[in-house]
Design a protein around this ligand. Structure first.
Ligand code: ATP
Ligand code: DNN
Ligand code: MG
Length: 206
């Protein structure tokens, strides 16, 4: 049964929306180990709304911090010391796990998400924008993951088509293009499921 980590080239690139689509398509479980910022309910709530899976498959976070900033700092601001042992992977499968921000975001002052991905030993999907600047951010992300021996399953683009940037990232990075989620004017569980089915191949994830 499949399990993937979803990381991104930055915060706000569309990891949660892509992860919700993939969770729905695979009828998977979803886990966001560390949520920093609770004002809008957090990524878990968004995935519960957008994926269409049974809410019980949207697993509780290991840590929930108040402030929408880097998890290492959000933990400090809440007076919490992160125990990495609590980030051990749940056993549920299929499983989609979402990081926070980009691959080198600190979980603690000593440990980045990429370090944790290496420990989990799961294939990683990189979510990348299509907008200008994405080539640099994407290639840097691949380098950081590869430097830790992490398997990159592929890149999922989010945004309007940018054929040359997408092709350049995949050829120079030596990475499989999984597809591209277009910007959806009305983002609902239904519109997202349709867009995922039209733009990705489920067999790439099974
Ligand atoms: N395909 C899309 N169509 C419409 N809106 C989108 C799409 N993808 C992302 N968004 C919107 O863009 C914003 C950022 O997306 P998202 O929350 O998925 O980013 P993220 O990479 O998960 O960020 P974080 O680092 O905070 O986890 C959200 O408001 C989301 O609803
Ligand atoms: C608060 C935000 N939405 C994410 N949860 C965390 C993003 C951390 C980014 C840290 C950084 O790269 O500067
Ligand atoms: Mg997110």
């Amino acid at each position: 049964m499949s399990a993937f980590v979803v990381t991104g080239t930055d915060t706000g690139v569309g990891k949660t929306v892509f992860a919700a689509a993939l969770t729905g398509a695979l009828r998977a479980h979803y886990w966001k180990p560390v949520q920093a910022g609770l004002d809008d309910g957090g990524d878990r709530d968004h995935v519960a709304q957008l994926s269409g899976v049974d809410p019980a498959q949207v697993l509780p976070e290991a840590y929930r911090f108040t402030t929408p900033c880097s998890p290492h700092r959000a933990a400090e601001l809440d007076g919490v010391t992160v125990d990495l042992a609590r980030l051990a992977l749940p056993e549920a499968r299929p499983l989609i796990v979402e990081g926070a921000g980009g691959a080198l975001v600190p979980v603690t002052r000593q440990t980045t998400y990429a370090d944790v991905f290496a420990w989990w030993n799961l294939p990683v999907i990189v979510v990348a924008r299509t907008a200008l600047g994405t080539i640099n951010h994407s290639l840097l992300t691949f380098e950081a993951l590869r430097a830790r021996g992490i398997t990159i399953h592929g890149v999922a683009f989010v945004g309007d088509a940018n054929e040359d940037s997408e092709a350049t990232i995949c050829s120079m990075g030596g990475i499989k293009r999984l597809g591209r989620l277009p910007h959806l004017e009305r983002l609902t569980s239904q519109s997202l499921a349709v867009a995922f089915a039209q733009n990705f191949r489920i067999t790439d994830f099974t």
